[in-house]
Design a protein around this ligand. Structure first.
Ligand code: LFR
Length: 472
């Protein structure tokens, strides 16, 4: 039977990796050939990604991949959503902004003046998030925007540098706010009404389609043949959902890393008032599925807390901190993790204390108590969003899958099960890369079939860890 290798480039908000997947009908094996930090940089005009640095790391990772496996059939790229680089005749006009940069507030004001959120939701089906691409574009310097030929989302920008082809992959396009939820095509009327030049938006491409092949220059620099580059679910969450080992129709999923993306998979967008009021989003999935989910703040709050302590010179290690948090016996305050004060980088413990004071709740004191309070608050938000997703999507949720980095956090998984009252199935940790690999392998003819058969392969090769719910 068919067997082959593909390379997945997966860029997260704190780190990136290049992973080679070996795939056959009963095989899904991965080797991480490169792992590198992704560190945003603040300069005079705001918070940016160091995209050229990241691209350099991607090339180095691909070199390592091609050294291990000369016969890699294809390359696929995914990353976080919404952010973009402006391109003028193949030149990038400055480093892309980070979605946590505060300039987006200006864009929200400008867009909502003519298109309030409920009017937008009817078109694009998205939860209000102040960093969605349309708000960022509305906050751009108009003279810079005038110079641009295209706005390319991060994976598409890397795909453009690798192949010379300028396309926008559909799952990630669905996070821009400029794609119609009903047709899945660009909302040209909305772009025009917001004064955004049509040519910024490049032709759409679907997961599984071939973007192109490595340019001669890139191939030479990698010492490789002109390998194919395949479009995958280039929104990392879309790839992660492909690899959630859901084997029944009663599952919710949580893709948990920097964010906790909590939802269910449905066949068509849910554009009702109740979906909008419950802060749900309809993002595009692979094979035309819809990811009905809510963005919950995620491990960002915990990792930014730990980073803050480390900056202050404290010797804090995550594993030890979580062990201490698990041992806390005093009841922990559950705070609202989705309060917008937790979005920008900064002093998280101080913000948690301020939240508690404003709400007349006891504030956690020690580092262990703070960590426990964060975990309990995330678990509660996850449990609530999973059941609400089921209610809105018409699914009776009997099991919750947690994939991504958060699946390694046993306390978080257990407390989510406890608070949701249903079992949590944890893993795989590298769901995003697996989803990227699976879609490429299917496009290369190595694997047949439906998303269900791809998920079945994940379930057979990456058995999840089961957490039964306990009362109290
Ligand atoms: C997760 C993610 C979320 C998106 C956020 C910002 O990595 O892609 O789905 O809302 O990052 O892009």
């Amino acid at each position: 039977s068919a067997r082959g290798a593909v390379a997945a480039v997966d860029l997260g908000a704190t780190s990136g990796r290049v992973i080679v997947g070996h795939v056959a009908a009963d095989v899904l094996e991965t080797t991480t050939v490169a792992r590198f930090a992704n560190e945003p940089v603040r300069v005079a005009d705001g918070l940016h990604w160091n995209l050229l640095g990241l691209y350099g790391s991607v090339l180095e990772g691909l070199r390592a991949a091609l050294r291990t496996d000369a016969d890699i059939a294809s390359i696929g790229v995914d990353s976080w959503a919404v952010d973009y680089g402006l391109i003028s005749r193949s030149r990038m006009l400055g480093e892309p902004f980070h979605y946590r940069d505060e300039r987006t507030a200006r864009g929200v004001e400008a867009v909502h003046a003519s298109h309030p959120h409920d009017a937008l939701f009817a078109r694009n089906g998205l939860q209000f998030l102040p960093f969605n691409t349309l708000y960022q574009l509305a906050a751009e310097d108009r003279s810079v925007l005038q110079l641009a030929d295209h706005a390319l989302l991060i994976p598409d920008l890397i795909g453009f540098w690798l192949t010379g082809q300028a396309r926008t992959e559909r799952t990630n396009a669905s996070t821009t706010g400029l794609l119609r939820a009903d047709t899945g095509e660009w909302d040209a009327d909305l772009a025009a009404a917001l004064g955004l030049p049509q040519h910024l938006l490049t032709p759409l491409i679907s997961p599984g389609e071939r973007l192109g092949t490595l340019t001669a220059d890139v191939a030479t620099s990698l010492g490789a043949p002109r390998t194919a580059v395949t479009a995958v679910g280039s929104h990392d969450t879309a790839s992660a959902v492909v690899a959630v080992p859901m084997t029944s129709g009663d599952a919710a999923y949580i893709s948990c890393g920097t964010w906790g993306l909590v939802g269910v998979e449905v066949d068509r967008p849910v554009l009702t008032d109740s979906a909008r009021e419950a802060k749900f989003t309809n993002e595009g999935g692979v094979d035309g599925r819809v990811r009905l989910l809510r963005n919950v703040m995620g491990l960002w709050i915990l990792s930014e807390t730990v980073r803050g302590w480390q900056r202050e010179g404290h010797d804090v290690e995550l594993g030890e901190l979580l062990a201490a948090a698990a041992a806390v016996t005093a009841p922990a305050t559950v705070f609202d993790v989705d309060d917008s004060r937790f979005l920008p980088p900064g002093d998280m413990p101080a913000r948690i204390v301020a939240w508690c004071e404003e709400h007349g709740a006891p504030a956690p004191q020690s580092r262990a108590e703070i960590a426990r309070s964060i975990i309990e608050s995330l678990a509660q938000a996850f449990a609530d969003a999973a059941h609400e997703a089921g209610r809105i999507g018409g699914i009776d949720v009997r099991v919750i899958h947690i994939v991504g980095g958060g699946s390694l956090n046993e306390l978080l998984c257990q407390r989510t099960a406890d608070r949701a009252g249903v079992p949590v199935l944890a893993g795989p940790v590298e769901a995003t890369a697996l989803g990227n690999i699976l879609v490429q392998a299917r496009a290369a003819g190595i694997l047949p079939g439906s998303l269900e058969s791809l998920r079945d392969l994940v379930a057979r090769t990456h058995t999840p860890r089961r957490h039964e719910p306990h009362a109290g």
